[in-house]
Ligand binder design. Sequence first.
Ligand SMILES: [Zn+2]
Length: 322
Amino acid sequence: MESRYTRQEIYSFIGKKGQAILSKSKIVIVGLGAIGTQTSSLLARAGVGNIILIDRDTIELNNLQRQTLFTEKDIGKPKASQSKNHLKEINSSIKITAFNTDLNSENIKKLIPRYTSIILDCTDNMSTRFLINDYSLQNKIPWIYSSGIKSTSFLMNVIPNKTPCFACVFQQPTSLETCQTSGVLNTTTSLVSSLQVTEALKILLNKNYEKDLLHINLEKNSFDKIKIKKRKFCPACEGEYIYLNSLTPESILRFCSTGNYQIPLKKINLKKLKTSLEKIGKIEDFGTCIKFKTMLIFHNRCLVKAKSEKEAKSLVSKYIGN
Ligand SMILES: [Zn+2]
């Protein structure tokens, strides 16, 4: 019988030996947006044996322009578990785990196992990247930063003890431009995903990986390599993990790609809430969360689609009373 992976096994870059390594590898993908959906699809097709998916958000109509795993039927559902469903259809022979949750300093140890081969950053925010950077250095796990906005993308490998770290190069977790305010081409994100997956393969297969920060502009077709170096007294490199040790801010967040508000909840009983909400309207049950009106309710937080923070808060207090 022809193997699923013949076309990459006959190419010496991977070969049968490399294929065996991929099947034993464990990769964590943080963020299942434009880059994450593409990256997870390529890795599942390539036969990475164990893939863990983490995303806190739900699928919106405007995501379909660039988030290539999703279809119209997925709208309103959680990104991580829907990605898992689609990836299972692509490759049923690998293990896929999905967490529909926020990655933060409190749960990172639980969600990202210490013996992870590589962490892939497919998020759209700086604070999660600084958190991943701390965790990666502490546990000696390589990770790959990626970002895409308009026609510009960035990519950087962080290999503990070998390359400069993210905090050596980027020093403030301030929000830069976002795809909500500036827009993005779907070709920008699929290009950076291709680079990210190729670098991941190089790292897994012990080949020469990229040491510079890559900067690509598709409008100009420019491809720059920016030299980076270790920063003196970089806290993360010196073992001072400030993002890992800081508590999760219990604040309301507005997400880049969807216009969802996240409101933290005191622990609630989802089953009880479901029973009471069923009396007043239609409920969709996704196991770890339920959908009611424009709200996706988890046991400790609620994602609300609303025009303002005030409207989001009032929906939560009206129907959840938390
Ligand atoms: Zn550093």
